[in-house]
Design a protein. Sequence first.
Length: 156
Amino acid sequence: MRISEHVSYREATRSNTAKRRGIDNIPSVEQLDRIKVLCKKVFEPLRKHLGIPIFISSMFRSPGLNKAIGGAKNSQHLANNGAAMDLDAQIFGGTTNRKIGDYIRKNLEFDQLIYEDWDSEFADYAWIHCSYNEGNNRNEVLVMKRINGKVGYERY
């Protein structure tokens, strides 16, 4: 089953943690609808612009999975209030995570965009988090920072 032209249902719900721990990671019809909107409004326009595959490292998380990985209680990966995805352009190559974040920031509507975890070895961010909340997008842009081992976020 396809969520969108370039995203399969399996890709949207895949989780090694869920599989290992026997956690169901199945979205409701309403959650699936929010995931489809995220793909239509953000992923597909980005994919079309780049013309190359983009790895989705995380999209939907059931409450059990979100708890197991220590996700935020109000995470949009739960797809209860919009939907979210984590993208990593470095997996397939061809562009950088900074470039995909910059394209989304400058050209697409979104709720929250986070440049996650600067990796000095690759001179790029480790991944890009992006959410979409139909009718309630904040266009909030953050950068994750690690200071003395603690994670924090600053406005971009």
